[in-house]
Every structure is written in structure tokens, then in C-alpha cells.
Design a protein around this ligand. Structure first.
Ligand code: SF4
Ligand code: SF4
Length: 511
């Protein structure tokens, strides 16, 4: 067992109101600069919808993430080292400007310098790239609240299969929810493995994936390899930039800016301990539907004495072990199993997980003539919710609708139980039986309810500060890497050769 620690995030999608505060505060902090106008380290998508960049989830087109070859080995979808070297100067698998959008500014000067005339002067849009007048036809948030959905949302790559007929883009028959996205700081990051320069790397101490600006040569292999399309190229510097997980704040024990400013208070940050020796095997799990369990099995119980001993031996400090035991992320991901990873089938083992949204379940009960207080009626309604289980399954469980249904039933049972308890109903025994059916005790239900509904700042963000005094020891760990560069998958048994991809942070030059 090789214990490592990773800072990870969970988002409770039921609470996201799509206000985009997270995107704006992130942009103000990290990408309010020339060259990255189009870069949204954090963006909030409306689902169903094609996302940003357009149809980024279509890996047949973009070749992001990993696949298994005929022998069951992990290989990058974007191809092996030779193919990638051959496409250094002509890479066809990159989203183009029209898949993002043309950054614009406005002709503000016209407002004050236009000659007097019968009409109010206007500030027309101008391309930031060419300086010429342009039309605004697309943007990172073009589909907000299903805007233009009848025209565009059918292009959502998740709408495959016969069940997609259930998804209607007609007023009164449709559904939507918001999906905030950032870099997943994956355990098996395709971007790191694809980088020919060794510029992308995963930090030993907390798993944050960064770009060394001094090493980046602008080959853009990371953009192709990232299945979430969360690496952007700065068109002014020609170098890759991505979400930094606000590492200067994390090192100071503070939450990321997107978390700190989240209006819905739906983000959770905490440590997960994991067994780095198991990462490669988990990512190579043959059946995509087993990837969720495989990734959960990589995570370690921070209260297990054996894990604690191994973590101490690996040099993880005591306050980090304490933080791992109090981690809300561990509770939601592993203890209560209500959080799910985004597109586990990409095999990068993402580390930003989501509590799936529960559409108005009680409405579904009454509209079907059921009794809101009868758990059987409520559970049955989960399968008829406005947001089809199959759609959520495409996003979070590689198509396994039963797993998503199980999580929603757990959330439904929890809601029902707390409602009964708070309103002083007389069906406590029946509600406890419903809890039992989804594997929760009354005490666990209270704990989960506190975490999901009323958790305070210090419960949502359990971020231990960095230990600068351990910098030398961490540098020595550079060669103990769960991921490798140049297209080689994570492997517990391989010794990393060549360019280090998992290493200690140097003080400057990251993006
Ligand atoms: S989500 Fe982040 S860590 Fe994962 S492959 Fe993309 S850029 Fe790399
Ligand atoms: S700030 Fe929070 S509630 Fe608002 S869009 Fe972002 S994640 Fe959703």
C-alpha cells in the first residue's frame, strides 16, 4: 500500500442555481488577462446541452481520455507516442475557435466620439483577435437555462440511445439542471501522460495538476488528451493554462475561490487518502460500469489503523490525517456513496464528484396519484422523474441507471425521513424502515442531512495547510509516481523514467 493524499471536491447539484458567480470570480482571479479571454477554468453548463467547448463529451471526435487496447492495456485515445509526435505540427483533434467562441470587446469609443445624429450611438462588438467588427454567435454560456435548446441541445452527446426520446425540448415538458465544471485533477490524468515536454504534472503532496510554464512548448497534446477539455492555450503566450485548484489558497488552508464564493453553498473540499499502487489497475478495469467501484476502492478509510500507519510511514502529517478523517468529500464519496464521478468511462479517475440532482420527486408522486408519505410510492416515482435516470447515468455512471437510481432513492428516503421527523409525523417506524432499505441508520441520516443541508463553512471546507518544512522530503518523492509521461498509463509496477510528471511545486511559473 502506497498512501498518498489528494485534495478533492464534491458538488451537490440539487443546490446549484446557475448564477455563475463561481465562473466570474474564478475568471477575475485567474484568467482576466490577454490571451485567455475564452478560457473558463470554471464554467457552469446547462444540461442537457452541448457544453463548452461544443460537444466536448464526444470522444469519438476529440479523442480525449483513455481506452483499453485489445490486450486490455490502457492507451491514450489520442494515440501512442509516435502518432502524437507525428501530429506535433498538425493536430486534427483540437477544438477550433468556433467550438469555443471568438473573444470580443466593444467599440466603446464610439459612444463618446460619434458625430451628433438622430440615433443613439452604440458600441459594436469587435474581435479581440483581429480587431475587426464581428457578430456574436456563440459563447461559453450560450445555452444558459436551455436558451436555444430546441435548436442546439439535441447535439448533446449524452443523448444517445432509445431512452433519449424521453427528453423533450418543448416548453412544459422539459428539464434542466446546471453542471459546474472545472479541471478534475484526475488520479490518472491523460493531460500529464500526453505532454511531450513534461510540463504538465501532478503534485505529490496534494494531487493538484499544474502546468510548468517554463517547460511548456505549446504542443497542445494536453488539450486533445483531456476529455473534459479543461486545458486552454493562451493565444498570447502560446502556452497551456488550466485550473490550478487555487493552490496558493489551498496551501494556506483556504478553499478555492469558486468554493468560497459559491452562492448555493454546494461545494465541499476535503482530503482523500488513496493507494497509489492501485491507480493503474483501477483505471484499466475492463467493464466501464465497474469503474465507479474500482475508483472508490482506491480510496482508503482514514480511520483504519493500518491505513494510518502506512500514511505516517509515507510522511503524511498528523494534521492531514486528522483532516482526512473529517473530510466531507470522503463522507459523500465513500461513506455515504451519494457522490458520483463525471464520466468515469474516460478512465482518468476524476477527483471532482457530484451529488446528482433530484427533480421534484414529491410532485412526481402526486401527479401519479400516489401518497407523498408512502415510501413505496416515493421510491417508485424516482424511476419516473423529469430528469431521466438514463441521462444522469450517461453523465455519472457510464450508463448504469441502477446506480444513479440507488443514489436518488437514498436522497429521497433521507428527505422523507427528515420531513417526517421535522413535521412531527407519526410514521417514524415506517420512515426508518425506508432508511434501512437504502442502507442508512437514523444516526447516519441525521449526519448526512447535516452535511447536505446545513453544513457550516468549516464543515464544507476541511483543507489542511501545507507543510513547507516537508518540501525536501517531498522533492525526494518525485520519482514515486502513479502516472507517467509520454502516453504510458499509470502503473504500480513501472518505475518512472525520463521526465518527472509528479513532482514537488517550485515557487513560481505555474498556470
Ligand atoms: S480534467 Fe484536469 S487533470 Fe484531468 S485530464 Fe483534464 S486537465 Fe488533466
Ligand atoms: S456559484 Fe455555486 S450556485 Fe452559483 S453557479 Fe456556481 S456552483 Fe452554482
Amino acid at each position: 500500500m502506497r498512501v498518498m493524499a489528494q485534495i478533492a471536491m464534491v458538488m451537490n447539484l440539487d443546490k446549484c442555481i446557475g448564477c455563475h458567480t463561481c465562473s466570474v470570480t474564478c475568471k477575475q482571479t485567474w484568467t482576466n488577462r490577454t490571451g485567455v479571454e475564452y478560457a473558463w477554468f470554471n464554467n457552469v453548463e446547462t444540461k442537457p446541452g452541448v457544453g463548452y467547448p461544443r460537444r466536448y463529451e464526444d470522444q469519438e471526435q476529440w479523442k480525449g481520455g483513455w481506452r483499453l487496447d485489445r490486450k486490455g492495456r490502457l492507451v491514450l485515445r489520442s494515440g501512442g507516442r509516435v502518432k502524437r509526435l507525428l501530429s506535433l505540427f498538425s493536430n486534427p483533434d483540437l477544438p477550433a475557435l468556433e467550438d469555443y467562441y471568438e473573444p470580443v470587446t466593444y467599440d466603446y469609443d464610439n459612444l463618446i466620439s460619434a458625430p451628433a445624429g438622430p440615433d443613439m450611438p452604440v458600441a459594436r462588438p469587435r474581435s479581440v483577435l483581429t480587431g475587426r467588427p464581428t457578430e456574436i454567435t456563440w459563447g461559453a454560456n450560450w445555452e444558459d437555462g436551455l436558451g436555444g435548446a430546441p435548436e442546439h441541445a439535441g447535439g448533446d452527446p449524452n443523448l444517445s440511445g432509445e431512452w433519449a426520446e424521453k427528453v423533450k425540448f418543448e416548453f412544459e415538458q422539459t428539464f434542466l439542471f446546471h453542471l459546474p465544471r472545472l479541471c478534475e485533477h484526475c488520479l490518472n490524468p491523460a493531460c500529464v501522460s500526453a505532454c511531450p515536454s513534461g510540463a504538465m504534472y501532478k503534485r505529490v503532496e496534494d494531487g493538484i495538476v499544474l502546468v510548468d510554464q517554463d517547460r511548456c512548448r505549446g504542443w497542445r497534446m494536453c488539450v486533445t488528451a483531456c476529455p473534459y477539455k479543461k486545458v486552454y492555450v493562451n493565444h498570447a503566450t502560446g502556452k497551456a493554462e488550466k485550473c490550478t485548484f487555487c493552490f496558493p489558497r489551498i496551501e494556506a488552508g483556504q478553499p478555492t475561490v469558486c468554493s468560497e464564493t459559491c452562492v448555493g453553498r454546494l461545494r465541499y473540499l476535503g482530503l482523500l487518502l488513496y493507494d497509489a499502487d492501485e491507480v493503474g489497475e483501477a483505471a484499466a478495469t475492463p467493464d466501464e460500469k465497474d469503474l465507479l467501484d474500482a475508483q472508490r476502492n482506491v480510496f482508503l478509510d482514514p480511520s483504519d489503523p493500518e491505513v494510518i500507519a502506512a500514511a505516517r510511514a509515507a510522511g503524511i502529517p498528523e494534521d492531514w490525517l486528522d483532516a482526512a478523517r473529517r473530510s466531507p468529500v470522503y463522507a459523500l464519496v465513500s461513506k455515504y456513496k451519494v457522490a458520483l464521478p463525471l464520466h468515469p468511462e474516460y478512465r482518468t479517475l476524476p477527483m471532482v464528484w457530484y451529488v446528482p440532482p433530484l427533480s421534484p420527486v414529491l410532485d412526481a408522486v402526486t401527479s401519479a396519484g400516489g401518497n407523498q408519505d408512502d415510501p413505496d410510492h416515493v421510491f417508485a416515482a424516482v424511476t419516473r422523474l423529469r430528469i431521466p435516470l438514463e441521462y444522469l447515468a450517461e453523465l455519472f455512471t457510464a450508463g448504469d441507471a441502477d446506480v444513479v437510481g440507488g443514489v436518488l432513492m437514498k436522497l429521497t428516503a433521507l428527505r422523507s425521513y427528515m420531513r417526517e421527523r421535522t413535521l412531527g409525523g407519526d410514521d417514524a417506524a415506517e420512515e426508518e424502515a425506508a432508511l434501512d432499505a437504502v442502507g442508512l441508520t437514523a444516526g447516519e441520516a441525521e449526519d448526512l442531512h447535516r452535511l447536505l443541508a446545513v453544513a457550516k463553512y468549516q464543515d464544507r471546507y476541511v483543507v489542511p495547510a501545507a507543510h513547507k518544512e516537508d518540501a525536501a522530503a517531498l522533492t525526494a518523492m518525485e520519482n514515486r509516481c502513479p502516472v507517467e509521461s509520454s502516453g504510458e498509463p499509470a502503473s504500480a509496477r513501472k518505475v518512472m523514467l525520463g521526465i518527472p510528471t509528479l513532482r514537488r511545486t517550485s515557487p513560481e511559473g505555474h498556470a
